[in-house]
Design a protein around this ligand. Structure first.
Ligand code: SF4
Ligand code: SF4
Length: 136
């Protein structure tokens, strides 16, 4: 049976240069589609991808990534903003690796685009009034 999942890979700094993802194709017969790639301010690598293949190959590939030190997060997690709490302070804008926040220069309001979010959770700790929330 084939599976296709959207996942977020968190690479520690020491692994950013290693050809880990190409091994998924070569050694585990998986296809991938990279949706977003970035490096966070503390230099952790972040890769959002759709990974597709036979169930057993998928499970072996995930096991390989985990054993190699990659932290894997299911993109089923959803980050939302509690609009009544947000004070548009702007603390989240520069911290978000996905560019999900934008400042309207006229109204000085900060907007949040959930479709860009890769659920890295950085804004959750950074938001002073705790407006950003993680849902499973
Ligand atoms: S850090 Fe929190 S309060 Fe400040 S703009 Fe972002 S979501 Fe709003
Ligand atoms: S969790 Fe927050 S900081 Fe991370 S991508 Fe989503 S909106 Fe940006």
């Amino acid at each position: 049976m084939a599976v296709s999942k959207r996942i977020v890979l968190h690479f520690p700094r020491r692994m950013v240069d290693r050809p880990i993802v190409s091994k998924l194709v070569k050694d585990f017969n998986l296809d991938f589609n990279i949706l977003k790639a970035s490096v966070t301010p503390d230099e952790e690598g972040l890769l959002v991808m759709e990974l597709t293949g036979k169930r057993e190959d998928y499970d072996r590939g995930i096991r390989y990534l985990t054993e190699a030190g990659v932290h894997i997060q299911d993109l089923g997690q959803d980050v939302t903003r509690n609009e009544t709490r947000c004070t548009s302070c702007g603390a989240c804008i520069t911290i978000c690796p996905a560019g999900a926040f934008t400042l309207d220069m006229v109204t000085r309001k900060v907007s949040f685009d959930n479709s860009k979010c890769i659920a890295c959770e950085l804004c959750i700790k950074a938001c002073p009034p705790r407006a950003m929330e993680l849902h499973f």
